[in-house]
Design a protein around this ligand. Sequence first.
Ligand code: MEV
Length: 440
Amino acid sequence: MTEPKLISGFSKLSKEQKINLVASGSNNPEATASVLKSFWNEDPAIQKLFDEFSENTLTNYYFPYGIAPNVMINGKMYMVPMVIEESSVIAAASNSAKYWASRGGFHSRVISAVKIGQVHFIWDGDFELLKKHFPQLRLLLLARTGMITANMESRGGGVLDMELVDMTGELEGYYQLKVKFDTRDSMGANFINSCLEEYAAGLREFVQESGYFTPGNLNIIMSILSNYTPECLVKTWVECDLNELDNIDGSMSGEAFAWKFEKAVQIANIDVHRAATHNKGIFNGIDSVALATGNDFRALEACGHAWAARSGKYRSLTEIRIENGRFHYSLTIPLAIGTVGGLTSLHPMAKISLQLLQNPGATELMQIASTMGLANNFSALKSLTTKGIQLGHMKMHLLNILNIYKATEEEKKEAVEYFKSHKVSHNLVASFMHSLRNGK
Ligand code: MEV
């Protein structure tokens, strides 16, 4: 690929022109263009839908879509769709789901489902004066979004609260309108941002027209939802008697396993390097469900990691309690996730995912996504504290390595058989393929 030149008007080109231009820098423009086009959907209407999700779309980028069966949450069974490229994630989730299904399943409770938005502004005037008139301003602002909120209110949601926050201890002249929302089954980003921009306009007007203030004292910096939603919280847990964990790896007692498992969680709580990896494994499960259901996984990740650092130190998102012969393992995490609006109702596969999940509302989806987070984390810690992660991980990765060597179906069969009883590594697979192809 040659280094591209500065270009203007790229977005105005037709899709064909964009592809040709992009491909022209490659070693084989025709082949590059043809690979890009080979991933177009054969139905032009579906392709158009995908083209319009984003800007400058050339083609689609596939990720595997799989199912974790046997997921029992609060006594209800689910087959959970997961979108993920990492070979071992769905296997780990399925394994954990089946394991816990015979021990009471997962339990999950939504603690709260409140979202937050802020208008950030600088106020050079008298704060006491602004505070004095805030009750009147608040009523005016809330009335101003009546048109936007009517629909949400008819579904039982809307604006819950608005406060004026003094942030001048952190930054000179800095204040916020901090608004709480109930967005029901939608993630609600557009709803919240539309309300906030109205509040910012209303604040500006009030300062200019009420006659109480000097208009030049106000400088609105920005209006945007917060992806940190500590009041949109779900707690998910598993529990059983210690002896129900006996032989989890074929030899260990439940008590010995629980002790080691507890140490692993404690380590993730005190060491940031381990905490990040521990929490990444949780997001393997959560992001997969978010992607399968058309939710914004970046928002969930940003929030989860901020929440993990709420004590001032980045810690494990899970907690363990071993008491009176019982093992209790939980994940408490904020998940601002939706089942209506946005991609959830546009992406054909997101719609199928929601159907497979028996059309949950947002709070049920919070329970499902957090369950998959806990399921993946339990599997990871189980492997890490018993036989190690690489055995299962590399077994799952075997087909990827064989595909790198363009193994035929026959070669794959022989390799899978051979590696059932041998350690998998890239080099060992390479030498196996070499021997196989050279008749050794
Ligand atoms: C790999 O994607 C995730 C793990 O590293 C998580 C963990 O270490 O807990 C296996």
